[in-house]
Structure formats: structure tokens, C-alpha cells
Design a protein around this ligand. Structure first.
Ligand SMILES: [Fe+2]
Ligand SMILES: [Fe+2]
Length: 269
């Protein structure tokens, strides 16, 4: 019988409510879905939702994350640069940032049962304010190394445009086990297994206040949209909250996704 590995991917974690929700509920979710490894996008897990701090990263790991990925907000907090640079610390930032940025975009999770999982973090370029290297080329060069270590490979593709996410997923289909999109904080309902066995969802969503805008208080944002005046974005702390993500079931031998299940759960606290 083929051995299966179940991987839970959640995020983006938005500010202190996101961090609290993750800490409170992730163990139960892992139990419910018999999860072997958990990957969380933590690029907004700092208390104010801007970037990630070492404190937030440690809290995510303590609560049950095996690896933390990032995105365009990975470098918002200077304090985290040292943690990003620690190669023993399971925190990634997109691999296609220019050379010289702290941190790395590839890591491995070793599970107690001997499974090794490769985790890759990349960022899209469409609508990105940051000038990044081509994520398609970056994947090609990274895969040679990662595939020499394991054939269970998960990619967090952090991008705005659905077209770029789909293009990237079809490009990587059959060469990685699964790809989950992050960054929009809005979950898409297009989860599926691509023709060559790669599990894919355009965006997994977020962990934060449900009736918010990307986890932030909506009223200032609406005011900005109506008047074009600058406003301060503040993390929304009002219930109900949502934890959204995806579970990939991957066959160990082939490295292919055999089942995919979307998660969208609401909580009062
Ligand atoms: Fe985000
Ligand atoms: Fe982002």
C-alpha cells in the first residue's frame, strides 16, 4: 500500500487576532484532518499586521507550525532579519528576491516518521511593487536541488494575479507535489489536482476577522476609496473570525497529490 502524507497549509495570519486564532485552534484542525505537517504563511503575523516579528514566528512554531512562509511583507520588520538569516530557523521569504536580502526561499521539514518535505516560497511579479527575479526561472534552478532531497515538494506562490498563479501552477505541474497561492487573503474555490498530479489552489485565504477587508478594519479603507485621502490601516479585531486553508494528501512514492480538501471555518473567538 502506498504511504500518504497529509499537509495543512494555512494563512495569511493577520495581526494579533490571527496569531491568537492559530494558537487556539490549529491543534484541533491538525487532529481533525490527521495532519503530518503544517505550513503557515506568516507575512502579516506581526501584532499590527505589518510583516512578521521573531516573537510571532516563535509563537506560530510553538502552536504547531512546521514551517513559515512569507511574501511582499517579509522584510517589513527589521528586527526579523536576523531570524530570517538563521538557516536553522524554519522561516522562509520568497526565493526570487534579489541576492543580498536576508533569508532563504527553500527549506525542508523532517517528520518523525522519516518523511522529508521540501518547502519552496516564491513571489509573483504582476502588480508587485517589488522588482523580483522571474519566479519561473527561479523554480527551475531550485528544483534540481530540492528534487535530489525529496519528491514531496510544496510551493507557496505569493501573488496578486490569478492568471500568474494559474500559469505558474501549469508550468510546475508534475514537478512539485502541490502549490498553494497566498497574498490576496481571499480564498478561491478552484482547488483541484492538475493533469500531471500537482495539487493547486489559487489562494488559500487568511486567518483573521471575517467581516474585514483583507483582515483590516473596513471603514477607513472605504473612506480612502471614496475620498482618496490617506488612511491608517488597522487590524480588525471584531468577531467572527475565519481560518482558511487547504489540505493536500500526497502519495509518498510518486510525490503526487491524490486528494485535496479546502478548509474555511468560522469562529466567535
Ligand atoms: Fe498577506
Ligand atoms: Fe502579501
Amino acid at each position: 500500500m502506498n504511504e500518504l502524507v497529509k499537509i495543512l497549509c494555512v494563512g495569511d495570519v493577520i495581526g494579533s487576532p490571527g496569531l491568537i486564532l492559530f494558537s487556539k485552534h490549529i491543534s484541533a484542525l491538525k487532529k481533525e484532518f490527521s495532519i503530518d505537517a503544517t505550513i503557515v504563511n506568516g507575512e502579516n503575523s506581526a501584532v499590527n499586521g505589518r510583516g512578521i516579528t521573531s516573537l510571532a514566528a516563535n509563537e506560530l512554531l510553538r502552536s504547531g507550525a512546521d514551517f513559515i512562509t512569507g511574501g511582499n511583507h517579509s522584510f517589513d520588520q527589521r528586527e526579523v532579519y536576523e531570524t530570517l538569516s538563521n538557516l536553522d530557523f524554519p522561516l522562509l521569504r520568497p526565493a526570487n528576491f534579489p541576492a543580498g536580502c536576508p533569508g532563504r526561499g527553500v527549506g525542508f521539514v523532517s517528520l518523525p516518521n522519516g518523511h522529508k518535505i521540501g518547502v519552496i516560497n516564491l513571489q509573483g511579479r504582476i502588480f508587485s511593487r517589488q522588482q523580483l527575479e522571474c519566479p519561473f526561472k527561479a523554480l527551475d534552478s531550485i528544483l534540481t536541488f530540492v528534487r535530489s532531497q525529496t519528491n514531496i515538494i510544496i510551493v507557496d506562490f505569493h501573488a496578486e494575479a490569478t492568471s500568474e498563479k494559474a500559469g505558474f501552477a501549469y508550468f510546475a505541474d508534475g514537478r512539485v507535489s502541490a502549490i498553494f497561492g497566498t497574498h490576496t487573503h481571499v480564498q478561491t474555490a478552484d482547488e483541484r489536482i492538475l493533469p500531471n498530479g500537482t495539487g493547486f489552489i489559487t489562494d488559500i485565504g487568511m486567518i483573521g476577522a471575517l467581516n474585514s477587508m483583507i483582515g483590516m478594519k473596513k471603514d477607513p479603507i472605504i473612506h480612502n476609496m471614496r475620498t482618496q485621502l490617506p488612511v491608517k490601516f488597522e487590524v480588525d479585531t471584531e468577531p467572527p473570525f475565519v481560518i482558511s486553508g487547504i489540505v493536500f494528501t500526497i502519495e509518498k512514492t510518486s510525490g503526487k497529490t491524490v486528494a485535496i480538501e479546502r478548509i474555511f471555518k468560522t469562529y466567535q473567538q
